[in-house]
Design a protein around this ligand. Structure first.
Ligand SMILES: Nc1ncnc2c1ncn2[C@@H]1O[C@H](/C=C/CNC(=O)c2cc([N+](=O)[O-])cc(O)c2O)[C@@H](O)[C@H]1O
Ligand SMILES: [Mg+2]
Length: 221
């Protein structure tokens, strides 16, 4: 039977990357997607921005929305301090199965909890199911029109604390206009745009980094 693109990405990892070496897994996927088949990984250029934000935040708890093949999961998890936890949500079982193997090849299973299911269902259960109080960092890279409702849901569920950082991929291409409009105009966030390019292309894209400021006073006036 015909293989799927995620299966071909996993094969490229198994053929070209060294087990237990996350950087070689990232390199193998980037090489495959730049030279053989484009795929919607955050990629090497925006990946460097992701790396710098992860290093700056040095998070103990991370939530990733949209695992896909696990490319950004591996990038983030490889930079986490010991005992830090990354929970990544993926509702497509085929993608989840591939991502588990990519994460295992990188030797990062102990730092990553891949949860198969929809963000809307699982965000409200984070505290009771995983003992998470709040997330230090959230990476949004799932369906673009889910960024805003899921951000509001995380707020309502008390999963963000003063200083929590949201990092959103693709705010230009494919774009997340409602999310961008909300987050840039809300007094509860301090946002910064990191201009870059759509993975493996020359098309403009970028990441929006937003720091949650907590419930600010004027909301009570
Ligand atoms: N509510 C939810 N809960 C859990 N998992 C969910 C979910 N919604 C979507 N997902 C999963 O997240 C991934 C979707 C990514 C959409 N990205 C994109 O559509 C995308 C497109 C381009 N592009 O077209 O150039 C470039 C990019 O960097 C992109 O991220 C898929 O693996 C999908 O199964
Ligand atoms: Mg993306």
């Amino acid at each position: 039977t015909q293989s799927t693109r995620p299966q071909r990405i996993l094969t490229a990892v198994q053929k070209n990357a060294t087990r237990g070496d996350p950087r070689s897994v990232v390199k193998a996927i980037d090489h495959f997607c730049r030279n053989k088949e484009w795929a919607m990984n955050v990629g090497d250029e925006k990946g460097c921005i992701l790396d710098s934000v992860v290093s700056e935040v040095n998070p103990a708890t991370v939530l990733e929305l949209g695992t896909y093949c696990g490319y950004s999961t591996v990038r983030i998890a490889s930079l986490l301090p010991p005992n830090a936890k990354l929970i990544t949500l993926e509702f497509n079982p085929d993608f989840a199965a591939i991502a588990r193997q990519v994460i295992a090849w990188a030797g990062l299973e102990d730092k990553v909890q891949l949860v198969e299911g929809a963000s809307g269902d699982w965000i409200p259960k984070m505290k009771e199911q995983f003992g998470v109080k709040t997330f230090d960092l959230v990476f949004l890279d799932h369906w673009k029109n889910s960024y805003l409702p899921d951000t509001k849901l995380m707020e309502e569920c008390g999963l963000l604390r003063k200083g929590s950082v949201l990092l959103a991929d693709n705010v230009i291409c494919p774009g997340a206009p409602e999310y961008l409009e909300f987050i840039r105009s809300s007094p509860r966030y301090k946002s910064q745009y990191f201009k870059s390019h759509l993975e493996y292309t020359k098309v403009e894209d970028g990441l929006e980094k937003s720091v949650f400021l907590g419930l600010v006073n004027e909301e009570w006036t």
